[in-house]
Design a protein around this ligand. Structure first.
Ligand SMILES: Cc1ncc(COP(=O)(O)O)c(C=O)c1O
Length: 370
C-alpha cells in the first residue's frame, strides 16, 4: 500500500467542477484583481475567523510581513517568537528590519511558552508572534496578558490553523492581527499561493490594504510606498469553493488523529498533545519517537510518506548568522527537532491506510527492540 503524506488530488476533487465553472466565468469577464470572488472570500473567511476585516494577499509570508508592518513593528524593534516554526515566520520579522527574539516552546504542545515570553521582554520589544503550530492554538491568554502588561502587539501566525479554536474562539481573531497561508498543502489550500490577514482593528486593516496594493488610494494616487501583495481572482475562487468543506475536513482530521493515538497507546511513541480547551485541526500529526530518522527511512521503504517539521530550529539556521537575533534557553525546541516525525494526515485518509501506517510504525519499533 502507498500512503502519501498529503493527497492534493483528493483535496481538489470535490470542488473541481464548481471551480472549473467559476474559472470560465472569471476568464470570460477578466476581472482578475479584487473581483467578486476575492471580495466575497475576504468577507467569508474573516467572518469564519470571527474578525471584522479580512484582506486576501499573495501568500502567508507576505501576510505576516504586512500584518507586522501594519501593526507598527519597524526596524530595530524586537519581536518574540518561537524558533520551532517554519522559517517563513522568522523571514517576515527580518524583512521588516526587526530583530527576532526566540523564546522556547512548551514541551507538550510545542507552541510558544508564555513564561519564556515574559523572560524575553526588554524595553525594545514591540510584538509577540505566537505560531499556532500543527493546527493547535498557542496558549493565548497568558501570552496576551504579557502583551497587555508591556503594551505589545500580538500577531498570530495562523498559517497552519484554519478553523482551530482557543477556548471556543477561532484563531485569526485572538490577537491584534493574524496571518494565514493558503499554500496548497494547508487545511484550506488553494492551487498555488495565497495568504490572508484578519483583524478586528480598522486601522490595521486599512494599512494592510494599502501595503498590498502599492499604497493605492485612488486612480493615480499612492498614499504610501507599498508592495504588490495581491491575491488573484482565480485563486480566490478555489478558496471560496473549498471554505464550506473546511469544518467537515477538520473533523475528519481529528478522527484520524484519534485513530493514530489509539494505535500508539501501548508504544513508546509520544502522541501529539491536544489540550481540552482548544480545538486542534491537525494540519500535521507530529509525534515524538525514538530513532526518528531511521523510522522515516523505514516508512519510506514501506510506501508511507512522512515529514519532519522541523529538523533544524530557526535560531540555528545558517541564514541567521547574518542577522541580529537573540535566543533564550531553547531546550524544548532543540529536543523537538530531534524527535518529531509527521505521519500522513489529510481528510481523505481511509481507516485502512491509517491502520497500515500504524502497523508499519509498530513493526519498526519491534525491529529495533524499542
Ligand atoms: C507557520 C508558518 N508560517 C508562515 C508560513 C508561510 O506561508 P506561505 O508558504 O504561504 O508563504 C508557513 C507556510 O508553510 C507556515 O507554516
Amino acid at each position: 500500500m502507498n500512503v502519501p503524506l498529503v493527497d492534493l488530488r483528493a483535496a481538489f476533487a470535490p470542488v473541481k467542477e464548481e471551480v472549473f465553472r467559476e474559472f470560465e466565468k472569471i476568464l470570460d469577464g477578466m476581472q482578475l484583481f479584487q473581483g467578486p470572488n476575492t471580495v466575497a472570500l475576504e468577507e467569508e473567511f474573516a467572518s469564519y475567523c470571527g474578525a471584522a476585516h479580512g484582506m486576501a494577499v499573495s501568500n502567508g509570508t507576505d501576510a505576516l510581513f504586512a500584518a507586522l508592518m501594519a501593526a507598527g513593528v519597524g526596524p530595530g524593534d524586537e519581536v518574540i517568537t518561537p524558533a520551532h516554526t517554519f522559517f517563513a515566520t522568522i523571514e517576515a520579522i527580518i524583512h521588516i528590519g526587526a530583530v527576532p527574539v526566540f523564546a522556547d516552546v512548551e514541551r507538550d504542545t510545542l507552541t510558544l511558552d508564555a513564561d519564556a515570553v515574559r523572560e524575553a521582554v526588554t524595553e525594545k520589544t514591540r510584538a509577540i508572534v505566537p505560531v499556532h503550530l500543527y493546527g493547535q492554538a498557542a496558549d493565548m491568554d497568558p501570552i496576551l496578558a504579557v502583551a497587555r502588561e508591556h503594551g505589545l502587539r500580538v500577531v498570530e501566525d495562523a498559517a497552519q490553523a484554519h478553523g482551530a479554536k482557543y477556548k471556543g474562539r477561532p484563531c485569526g481573531s485572538l490577537g491584534d492581527v493574524a496571518s494565514f497561508s493558503f499554500y496548497f498543502t494547508k487545511n484550506l489550500g488553494g492551487v498555488g499561493e495565497g495568504g490572508f490577514v484578519s483583524t478586528n482593528d480598522a486601522e490595521i486593516a486599512e494599512q494592510v490594504r494599502l501595503l498590498r496594493h502599492h499604497g493605492h488610494v485612488s486612480k493615480f494616487e499612492h498614499a504610501i510606498v507599498g508592495y504588490n501583495l495581491r491575491m488573484d481572482e482565480l485563486q480566490s475562487a478555489v478558496l471560496r469553493a473549498k471554505l464550506p468543506h473546511l469544518d467537515a475536513n477538520n473533523a475528519k482530521r481529528r478522527c484520524h488523529a484519534a485513530r493514530y493515538d489509539a494505535l500508539f497507546a501501548d508504544t513508546p511513541i509520544t502522541i501529539p498533545t491536544a489540550r481540552p480547551d482548544r480545538e486542534h485541526v491537525y494540519h500535521c500529526y507530529a509525534m515524538r519517537t525514538p530513532r526518528r530518522d531511521e523510522m522515516a527511512d523505514w516508512l519510506g521503504e514501506h510506501g508511507v510518506g512522512t515529514g519532519i517539521h522541523y529538523k533544524n530550529p530557526g535560531h540555528l539556521q545558517p541564514a541567521l548568522s547574518k542577522h541580529p537575533h537573540r535566543a533564550g534557553d531553547l531546550k524544548n525546541t532543540v529536543e523537538a527537532c530531534r524527535a518529531l516525525i509527521s505521519l500522513p494526515m489529510f481528510p481523505e485518509l481511509s481507516d485502512e491506510q491509517i491502520d497500515y501506517v500504524g502497523a508499519r510504525v509498530k513493526e519498526f519499533l519491534a525491529s529495533q527492540a524499542i
